[in-house]
Ligand binder design. Structure first.
Ligand SMILES: Cc1cc2nc3c(=O)[nH]c(=O)nc-3n(C[C@H](O)[C@H](O)[C@H](O)COP(=O)(O)O)c2cc1C
Length: 155
């Protein structure tokens, strides 16, 4: 590793284009929680596993760690507003959002490109993040274009 700083490393990591998701769960008071996430990745087909990573500094960090799973909502091209909304530290992120509960009891946002309903598989240490592996118990897809993230740009 050379002496480049974190800002440069963040920029280099950002050269990898990704999709954008909103990961949701339910906290201990039965309140829906959700945040914009681009660290999502598919992992395994058998068993069906996916992962994402959460920064330990996030206000909702312990809520997601305590949840017994999560839902991944993959955003479509026309859902930029949802992306920005769930990337902001709001008190009630689900006000004015159309959603329903998944079979596992996690929020599925209406009209997304695809979704995965997941039970908790395992959590792993990941430096200043924690990696949350989930087992997919059901999923859905639709026929739309994806919202993407590359070099700090959402398009
Ligand atoms: C495109 C994009 C991708 C993001 N990906 C992640 C991620 O993978 N992990 C993470 O911890 N935060 C990520 N964030 C930041 C969180 O969405 C943001 O800090 C959010 O407010 C955290 O939710 P909370 O305030 O309810 O805890 C991302 C933000 C954006 C705009």
């Amino acid at each position: 590793m050379n002496t480049q700083n974190n800002k440069d490393l963040r920029k280099a990591f950002g050269m990898f284009p990704t999709g954008i998701t909103v990961v949701t769960a339910i906290d201990k008071e039965n309140k829906p929680i959700g945040m914009t996430v681009n660290s999502f990745s598919s992992v395994s087909l058998d068993p069906p596993l996916v992962l994402w990573s959460i920064a330990k500094k996030q206000p909702s960090y312990s809520l997601f760690l305590d949840a017994n799973g999560y839902a991944v909502n993959i955003l479509s091209k026309d859902q930029v507003k949802l992306c920005n909304h769930f990337a902001s530290p709001l008190n009630d992120k689900f006000e004015n959002i159309n959603w329903k509960l998944s079979e596992n009891g996690f929020p599925l946002i209406n009209d997304t490109l695809a979704w995965f309903d997941c039970t908790k598989w395992n959590d792993y240490e990941g430096g200043d993040h924690k990696i949350l592996l989930g087992k997919v118990t059901s999923y859905g897809i639709s026929n739309m274009d994806p919202l993407t993230f590359w070099n700090g740009k959402i398009s």
